[in-house]
Design a protein around this ligand. Structure first.
Ligand code: BGC
Length: 751
């Protein structure tokens, strides 16, 4: 049946019931009308399909055994669209096999603060990287006829008071940092569903936000799919349906549907608005109708989890080439996490794991001479445990020490208080490094930590939360069976106080102001010239790469044209490897407060030893644009930009200038209170204004051509900073009020 016919066949009450879940995970069905239920499950890095009789959204009750892939914080460090698409594809297959129609992921909020308790689920501090990876994930999931559901829309960047907090944020920041990733997910996924978040945005819950939903998501981005509330995020259902929401989850006892019927009967919302919501739900039903069924999942899924983990872990430090380790040597493995891995986070994304591989058992297979000491238990230790670990370290050639954040440190529904690792872990590392300086630390954590012992560890591997195969990936990287190729998708600041949100996180009471504006992550550290511990995009390899031959197709273009950029990358070392290449656009735009540079493209390429490849990117208008609030559009200021190609944000290898000419003029609305300097800055306005200016200049009470340059500068500045109104008052009868109005009219008309 066509949507229009289905709508005609439904009563008002039935339509209202379709806008509210039938139970914890399912939508309402009307089989006689050809409307099936849709089943939803978390989550972003593993399926969490629950029994309807034991449902929860906090990761408490059990779920079907499934593959646990690396969490978002690690997977993003692959910078590999194809790999993430493959991970999404396998998640989609598993969902389909378990009769799940909507997979609640990707989780793609921006990492504003390292303290956010759910950062482990999220991708990056950068909206471009976030959006690209989310779109790839969505494509993979949806290729199975299962809908993805990017979340949590939007500006949900903390867990503290998450259901009450009001995120106060300016429009430019919202567009450039917090909406941009979702925009890509909706347009390029294109995602069939979207989840609204718990927090308010500028005073209104996103589920009720007409500007966000109907104007931006549905209007500008053309989203036709289902907009679903986060679990329990519904406040006023009539207001939400009016704003463009589709579905309240989970279901209730019928109250919300009754409220909707009443709202239509009282004329508070129209039945047509309800029809729109039902149409969006039918859209997803239609898209998922052909869901591919398949074999029950098996070994191949574990292999994908391994691939994502081993292609994403980041070698942060490798002093004197301590890595890869030599399996012939006597190795001390220290740290409880080697045997009891921390491989996923807590909360709604918790996976009942299919199979789990710890690092110790994998290292044992590679290296015959192993010693082990736990060194700590969870977050505590004793002098005896530390002494035992130090003794073992001393008797071995090299040490691999596993440390990080215990699971209670970061989870859904609360934030961390600081960026510190447990003191027990820090003390252990210091004592072991003193006993044997040949130490490699492997970190398991969902988000950045302060690293006071950085100078004492020769090697540092960031494993984040690596999923069920993390142990194998770690062992293979440590012993050189896999050449590390992950790079950080977020900055590691030296200390929490360096982070841009530090003074305004998590806000006061129910208000959090994003006062750092667009300066999130590297955008801030670079602007402030604050050196981080590890920069955005950083990651080492067991081989080396040389970059050369940067070519820009043209040196000047308009904002309507595209720019082709090409260059070569060569593997100059002895090992095959994969290099992540990053393209940043550097702004020399003085009219607008912008980041020093922004990521605009990236690629990951494989290179055999000695092999060289050409890489090409094509940049469009958005690569140079900022969001102009007065235009309510993306805009490029005419000026000089620089194309920077790098191995990391702090390791730019090639650069070349390019001039971009704007084809869009921003009209200056002239009033009596417009400053002279704004008129004189625009050649067209200046030309029209000069005859009047020349006429009245002699009557100003100060001479603008002082011999003394200092005074002259001051006088000019004084005048330039005057409004037209004050200028008129200084020259009195030489510029009447009528004449001033006439000038204003002329200036407004010529633009
Ligand atoms: C989380 C969502 C999740 C939902 C359903 C909420 O607590 O914020 O990410 O999809 O529960 O489990």
């Amino acid at each position: 049946m066509k949507t229009i016919d289905i709508l005609k066949s439904l009563t008002l009450e039935q339509k209202a019931r379709l806008c509210v879940g039938m139970n914890f995970w399912m939508t309402q069905n009307f089989p006689e009308k050809g409307i099936p239920s849709l089943f939803m499950s978390d989550g972003p890095h593993g399926l969490r399909k629950q029994d309807l009789n034991a449902s929860d959204h906090l990761g408490l009750n059990d779920s079907e055994p499934s593959v646990c892939y690396p969490t978002g914080s690690l997977a993003a460090c692959s910078w590999d669209r194809d790999l993430i698409r493959e991970m999404g594809n396998h998640l989609g297959q598993e969902a389909s096999q378990l009769d799940v129609d909507i997979l609640l992921g990707p989780a793609m909020n921006i990492k504003r603060s390292p303290l956010c308790g759910r950062n482990f689920e999220y991708y990056s501090e950068d909206p471009y990287l976030t959006g690209q990876l989310a779109a790839a994930f969505i494509q993979g999931v949806q290729s199975n006829g299962v809908s993805a559901c990017p979340k949590h829309f939007v500006a949900n960047n903390q867990e503290t008071r998450r259901k009450a907090v009001d995120t106060l944020i300016d429009e430019r920041t919202l567009r450039e940092i917090y909406l941009a990733g979702f925009e890509t997910a909706i347009k390029e996924g294109p995602s069939w569903s979207l989840m609204s978040s718990y927090n308010k945005v500028n005073g209104t819950y996103p589920a009720e936000h007409t500007h966000l939903i109907s104007e931006i998501v549905r209007g500008e981005w053309g989203f036709a799919g289902a907009l679903i509330t986060d679990w329990g995020a519904m406040d006023q259902i009539a207001a939400s349906i009016h704003a463009g929401l589709t579905l309240q989850m989970p279901g209730d006892d019928g109250t919300s549907a009754r409220k909707l019927v009443r709202a239509v009967e009282k004329g508070e919302i129209s039945e047509a608005e309800l029809d729109q919501a039902v149409t969006a739900l039918l859209f997803v039903i239609e898209k998922t109708r052909g869901r591919k069924k398949g074999e029950k999942h098996g070994e191949q899924y574990h292999e994908v989890a391994y691939q994502v983990a081993s292609q994403s872990m980041i070698l942060l430090k490798n002093e004197s080439g301590i890595l890869p380790l030599n399996p012939q040597k006597k190795i001390a493995v220290i740290g409880e996490m080697a045997k009891q891995p921390r491989f996923q986070g807590s909360g709604s994304s918790h996976v009942n794991v299919f199979r789990l591989v710890d690092a110790y058992s994998q290292i044992e297979k590679i290296c015959p001479q192993l010693c082990y000491a736990p060194g700590y238990s969870d977050e505590t230790t004793t002098p005896e445990m530390i002494a035992e670990a130090a003794r073992i370290a001393k008797n071995c050639d090299q040490v691999v020490l596993f440390a990080g954040l215990p699971s209670s440190y970061e989870a859904e529904s609360y934030d961390r208080q600081d960026m510190k690792m447990p003191q027990a872990h820090n003390d252990l590392i210091a004592a072991v490094a003193q006993a044997n300086p040949e130490v490699v630390v492997v970190l398991s954590n969902g988000s950045p930590v302060e690293i006071p012992w950085l100078g004492q560890a020769k090697g540092l591997l960031e494993a984040y939360l690596g999923g069920e195969a993390s142990g194998a990936a770690i062992a293979d990287i440590l012993f050189g069976r896999v050449n590390p190729s992950g790079k950080l998708a977020e900055t590691f600041p030296v200390k929490l106080e360096d982070n841009p949100s530090y003074l305004n996180f998590p806000g006061e009471g129910d208000r959090v102001e994003y006062r750092e504006g667009i300066f999130v992550g590297y955008r801030y550290y670079e602007k402030k010239k604050t050196r981080p511990a590890f920069a955005f995009g950083h990651g080492l390899s067991y081989t080396t790469y040389a970059y050369s031959d940067l070519k820009l197709e043209k040196s000047s273009l308009t904002d309507q044209e595209q720019l082709k950029v090409s260059f070569k990358v060569k593997n100059t070392g002895q090992k095959a490897g994969k290099e992540i290449i990053q393209l940043y656009v550097k702004n020399s735009d003085y009219q607008i407060n912008r980041a020093v540079k922004e990521l605009k493209e990236f690629a990951k390429i494989s290179l055999a030893p000695g092999e060289e490849k050409e890489v090409a990117f094509v940049l469009g208008k958005r690569a140079f644009a900022y969001y102009d609030v007065s235009l309510q559009d993306w805009h490029v200021n005419s000026g000089d930009y620089e194309i920077c190609i790098g191995a990391a944000s702090d390791d730019i290898r090639l650069s070349a200038p390019v001039h971009v000419q704007s084809t869009q003029k921003i009209k200056l609305h002239i009033t009596r209170n417009t400053l002279l300097l704004d008129i004189l800055a625009d050649p067209q306005l200046e030309e029209a204004f000069l005859p009047f200016y020349t006429q009245i200049k002699p009557y100003l009470p100060f001479n603008l051509n002082q011999k003394d340059l200092k005074t002259d500068k001051m006088a000019r500045s004084m005048v330039n900073n005057m409004t037209l109104n004050s200028l008129a008052s200084y020259v009195g009868r030489f510029l009447s009020d009528e004449e001033l109005e006439k000038i204003i009219q002329i200036l407004n008309n010529i633009q």
